[in-house]
Design a protein around this ligand. Structure first.
Ligand SMILES: [Zn+2]
Length: 398
């Protein structure tokens, strides 16, 4: 690890409180993986000027993106199912016919660990090239101890080889495995699976919905996870107003995700409990469903994150710049709000207070954009916006 310097930055943009602050004609310095100076270049201390330098040639710099909701370890793909959905079949009827999450469970169980790891690492590498420097990855396509542990082996392998920071989440309460009684599966999660795998993950997540795990079933799983000192996340109020957000708030969860059908009282409860609202516009896009009104969510005062929800069924997205564009163009966020949600908001939802901002003491996760303003990310939604990525102080090749 060396000490380095970004010079000739046209402007850097960083979250501060609930807004974005910009600093013009700037420089950013770091030592190892930590920023040790950031500000106007005219004030750069003389002792830092001789570090290894990357000349930004007037470009804009933003914090590395934090993708706080992904299911990027999976076998197979569901393009045929996607085509049938476009032809008018409902997700529910496809799921009843063995499609949906169950199709990915079968393909993921069948795939060798090395094959899953190779595919997942390729996905994470593409994410990093597009500016993502922290990625949360969920299990949830194993649904028994053996195969959930296999997914964690894959996540560990990706973590060892990927240039970015990986945060593992246990989502064994994603669906009920075929042929297993639901009462028995919840008992198994509570008594066996969560205790067996808790020390390998940072978070426990539950798909809380009338079509998946009930509020009561979700609460039992999350309560045992909390006893194991895991942070909590909830897939909440996605398909209907099922009580997931209220549950997340009552348990002090780190995040409540999706929230398509959350009511204002739910958002208010999330704000009071310090639970971050993680919005995933790719799921609305790919399912051709209405987008969440993110501007209204922001207005309630709750902290907002945006994420790819990368998964093979309902949101096969990898890049955060595209999610930012969707947040602005389809969910009504301002470009500043979307940048905040893609950086600080994601970090807050993962309880990682050392990143998501350009400030002394933060992780040196930085993205040098091609242009001179972050508004390009939504103004030119199909653009190739990233010039350089620095992840944990290390400039990525390319
Ligand atoms: Zn999800």
């Amino acid at each position: 690890m060396t000490a380095r310097l970004l010079t000739n930055i046209g402007r850097f943009f960083t979250p501060r409180d609930r807004s974005i602050r910009s600093v013009e004609d700037a420089a950013i310095a770091w030592d190892g993986d930590t920023i040790d100076w950031a500000g106007p270049a005219s004030e750069l201390p003389a002792g830092l000027a001789d570090r290894d330098t990357i000349d930004c040639e007037g470009r804009a710099v933003v914090p590395g993106f934090v993708d706080s909701h992904t299911h990027l370890v999976f076998g197979g793909d569901r393009s045929a199912e996607f085509a049938r959905r476009l032809g008018g079949e409902s997700y529910e009827s496809l799921a009843d016919g063995g499609g949906g999450i169950q199709a990915t469970v079968a393909a993921t169980r069948a795939a060798p660990t090395e094959e899953l790891a190779r595919a997942a690492l390729a996905r994470v590498s593409r994410m990093a090239t597009a500016g993502t420097t922290t990625v949360e990855i969920k299990t949830g396509y194993g649904l028994d101890v053996e195969h959930e542990a296999k997914m964690l082996d894959v996540i560990d392998a990706v973590d060892a080889d990927a240039p970015v920071d990986i945060v593992p989440t246990l989502l064994a309460a994603h669906a009920f495995p075929r042929g297993v009684d639901r009462v028995e599966y919840v008992r198994f999660l509570v008594d066996e699976l969560v205790p067996a795998l808790a020390d390998r993950v940072a978070f426990c997540d539950v798909f809380c919905d009338p079509a998946a795990f009930s509020v009561e079933e979700s609460a039992r799983v999350l309560e045992v996870a909390a006893k194991k000192d895991l942070g909590l996340r909830v897939h909440a109020d996605q398909l209907s107003h099922g009580g997931g957000a209220a549950l997340a708030a009552s348990l002090g969860a780190a995040s409540a995700d999706h929230l398509d059908h959350a009511a204002e009282a739910d958002l208010d409860a999330l704000r009071r409990s310090g639970t971050v609202a993680v919005l995933v516009p790719g799921a609305s896009l790919s399912s051709r469903l209405p987008f969440v009104d993110a501007a209204a969510v922001w207005q309630t005062g709750v902290e907002v994150a945006i994420a790819t929800d990368c998964n093979p069924g309902t949101s096969y997205l990898e890049t955060m710049p595209f999610v930012i564009a969707l947040a602005v163009l389809e969910m009504g966020m301002s470009p500043d709000q979307a940048l905040w949600a893609a950086t600080r908001g994601g970090a807050r939802s993962l309880r990682l207070d050392d990143r998501g901002a350009i400030e002394v003491g933060a992780r040196a996760d930085l993205v040098v954009l091609e242009g001179d303003h972050h508004v390009d990310l939504s103004y030119r939604p199909d653009g190739n916006h990233v010039r350089h990525v620095i992840a944990g102080g290390v400039p990525l090749p390319g």
